[in-house]
Design a protein around this ligand. Structure first.
Ligand SMILES: [Zn+2]
Ligand SMILES: [Zn+2]
Length: 280
């Protein structure tokens, strides 16, 4: 009995956890989270062939993927969903309202793949405890995901106009936070987008800007937050360098010094980012 418990705890300590942004941005989103045995995808906003190829590039077989979590119905989050469900019979998980917005007559998703999930209630998938929560964005409904893998908590929020009170506690509780940093305010305002589009992006139901993301992190940084991944960057109104400069300036203005253990990265728009390796 003692040795069983010892072995179980050693296995638990040694369980590896990998996260990879396969693609992140307004052209397409797909994120991978997995351990040695299984994995899940968050969003399927790129072609299914690209998902398979990108997974292979990071040494992951599609056979190990147990399901895909869907945040909302915008094309950059569901582009590959139909083919994934048809060819891979991959179960897809989202709320009733989001399914209602996805399942148009054109969208032919196998009935067997449709899984409806509640808000703010844990469900089990591939060894993870997953909880969906509402975020503010201009889709019929949009959710973020809080995923517990052993001791580690991962939160993913890719499209949100602001961080509302429902979402904030999930972001604050995470060890790995994937947070949108969509646009640089000056680049957006000086750019070529029409006025209505600029207003939409900046609104509380649009996207999170660099200053908003950095200010939230400055308010909430803790030793528990070991990995920050900036996600869903605009192609036209942002650059990875601008995101990191904004964070650096926000932190230095507030006298915040990082503890040296935090890893901060910006996810690639069109190809897999470096795999982040954690231990459960
Ligand atoms: Zn999006
Ligand atoms: Zn969206």
């Amino acid at each position: 009995m003692f040795y069983d418990l010892l072995l179980a705890s050693i296995n638990k300590v040694l369980m590896k956890l990998n996260f990879c942004g396969l693609s992140s941005g307004s052209s397409g989103n797909c994120y991978y989270l997995g351990n040695e045995f299984h994995g899940i995808l968050i969003d399927a906003g790129i072609a299914a062939t690209s998902i398979r190829k990108f997974l292979k590039n990071i040494g992951i077989s599609m056979q190990t993927i147990m399901g895909v979590l869907i945040t909302h119905n915008h094309t950059d989050h569901i582009r590959g969903l139909e083919v994934l469900s048809r060819k891979n019979t991959l179960p897809a998980f989202t709320t009733r309202n989001i399914w209602d917005s996805i399942l148009t007559p054109k969208m032919k998703i196998s009935r067997d793949c449709i899984r409806e999930i509640p808000l703010q209630q844990k469900f089990h998938l591939a060894g993870f405890d997953v909880e969906a929560f509402l975020v503010c964005h201009d889709a019929p409904e949009t959710i973020g995901f809080y995923i517990c893998a052993g001791e580690k908590k991962i939160t993913i929020v890719t499209d949100l106009g602001h961080i509302c009170q429902t979402a904030a506690p999930y972001l604050q509780a995470s060890n790995l936070l994937v947070i949108e940093s969509n646009y640089d305010e000056q680049m957006l305002m000086n750019g070529k987008y029409p006025h209505y589009l600029k207003a939409r992006i900046k609104s509380d139901q649009g996207h999170l800007g660099n200053h908003q993301a950095s200010a939230f992190l400055a308010d909430n940084i803790s030793d528990n937050l070991s990995h920050i991944c900036f996600a869903h960057l605009s192609k036209n109104n942002n650059t990875p360098e601008t995101v990191l400069q904004t964070l650096k300036k926000t932190f230095s203005d507030r006298g915040i010094i990082l503890n040296g253990h935090q890893q901060i990265s910006v996810l690639n728009r069109n190809m897999p980012s470096e795999v982040i390796r954690l231990t459960e």
